[in-house]
Write a protein that binds this ligand. Sequence first.
Ligand code: ADP
Ligand code: ZN
Length: 722
Amino acid sequence: MIAGVLVEISNKNVDKIFDYLVPKCLEDKIKVGLRVIAPFGNMTISGFILEIKEKQETKYQLKEILEVKDNDIILTEELLELGKIVSQTTLSTLISAYQTMLPKALKAKKENTVNKKYDTFYKLNKTPTEKLSPQGEIIYNLLLQKQEISRKEALEISSSALTTLLKKEIIKEEKKEHYRITYQEEEPFKNKLTKDQENVVKEVILDQNDTYLLHGVTGSGKTEVYMELIDKVLNLGKTSILLVPEISLTPQMVNRFQKRFGKKIAAIHSGLSDGEKYDEWRRISRGEAKIVIGARSAIFVPLKNIGIIIIDEEHSDSYKQTDMNPRYNAKDIALIRSKYHNCPVILGSATPSLETFARAQKGVFKLLSLPNRINGKTLPLVTIIDMNKEMKKIKGHFSNKLLEEISKRIERKEQVILLLNRRGYSSFVSCKNCGFTFKCPNCDITLTYHKSSNTLRCHYCGYGEKNYEVCPKCHEKALSNLGVGTEKIEEELEKALPNSKILRMDYDTTSKKGMHEKIINAFKNHEYDILLGTQIVAKGLDFENVTLVGVINADTSLNIPDFRSSENTFSLLSQVSGRSGRSTKTGEVIIQTYNPNHYAILYTKNHDYIGFYKQEMMIRRALKYPPYYYLVNIKVSGKDEKEILNEALKIKRALERNLENAIILGPSAASIFKLNNIYRYNLIIKYKKCDNLYKTLEKIVDHYKSKVKIKIDIDINPSQML
Ligand code: ADP
Ligand code: ZN
């Protein structure tokens, strides 16, 4: 027997199937989709079995498989096929596609150390022939009554009696696997759907492969609709996937789902340990969990018989993997899997991405709407504060109006959410005397001052150093903190409103396991008046007592050099506004900005998604951007600045020769030109229809695959242009 194995080395040069002999003793265990250990060159490596053949096809002397790692199939037939599609459509290696689909514990990696956890039990084996010790008697009698007892119970009686019973084989030991996470079963809770919600649920055909856009304003009850659809799918004996943007969303969402579905859910997010992820994955694979809630990579879970795939906050760029290969989009994967399972996909959002809404307009996706908040609550009143005028009146970063309104809320025992999309204390430190600014030695980016640790840190590569007293260049004591981050705002707020209780939520306060949930719960229980944070506070949170949302500076996201910055700003501001006045009390929003007349801000004020959509579409059409044109970003990077520019120019010429009807832009320096000592250029391809595209890109990847000094990364339909 011959096994075709895909090895764990992610290198285009070895991304093919290698044949191995299967020793007789392993023949029964070998199945497609399992992991094996095998020799490779002078190493031993791990890999996936992708084929089994009876006969050898070449004359080479084949090596033997050393070990089979799994009993259960890791990659199902569906996932094996899916991996091939991911690899082809993202121009990545097949092995990188499979590795992406699996939790760390199940990747083909030789040094994996995550294990199953076991509990030890004892059972009766045979009747004793001689008299037992008194303690032995107790254990024996207990087992006559209970069938089995745990090791803990037995040890509490007597460890020596236990040893004797085992030695005499009167009892036997058994191991039972246990999962690291347990879900409580509660009295299922559900709201009675409103007429609007019911209509939406009715529109969705469950045994048909259609994609729906559920466009519902914030607080319109989308989550409730998801739960109802999932319930229906469950009643059909099928399973569901619900994707949410990131960990920040999961605690509250998981809570709601657990209340209704108890042990049927599995939740996969970055807050879990490797062991916990491994256990959740196996509960899914064994069919014990029927509903999977998770971030991007949960789209690959080995659920069988999927009845619905729901992507909440579908506009979120977190569904696209951008930082490494394969650069896939979970939305594309959802469409592929739904076809396989013949089930619907629901894309939900208050601010759908332009691409999605345009498809709904064309009828490619079916449009479902929830235009009103639950129980006729109105959307919050939004006030724009022009900071150009305000600046002359104030010292810090708070307009008088915003401070006033915050105080009012605190008096009324209501709560406030404040957004500032910049963590740390100041965004950069500069010398007032000579103009020196601190920059990261590895990246082309200013260092951020963090007051609590008195350090200067790079938010891109993690570089950090102690803060300085004097300017390292002119030696004057003239360093000043410019720009503003969440830490500084917290300090300002403490001074302005000394009696308020402020809770900060950003990357720095949530990086420890479980902190995120703690912060959310503490705020929910009204232990704090103000929740201040980065965009992490904008998403999906549902606090009924929040009646004011303040945006300290709406311009941070507007100023990002990306063609989607208006769209992202509109959606961020709308999302964060949506946290205000979700329950019985009316909500208000105050947005501070230096661009009070920017259309993204004006449409946010009027809660006018359609208005924004129309205006933004005109701009996209004029500038030939998505959804009118497709984009491919080719990233050329390396340590030698001149060399990579030269190669980027060569690639450009090759593209121009091979691609008709495409517009090639660049090479242009990436907006963070130097990152981690690596220089980066971007080439952008814009096209509507382009016949040779994949072939040409494949050739480029092939050409550079063995070059060490130059790295080519291809991002098809990129979510950001940095
Ligand atoms: P969205 O996901 O659109 O932001 P949610 O589903 O979170 O909206 O609903 C907003 C709030 O209204 C939540 O507190 C939710 O519990 C409540 N809610 C939703 N649907 C109903 C309903 N049919 N009856 C009563 N309350 C509801
Ligand atoms: Zn850096």
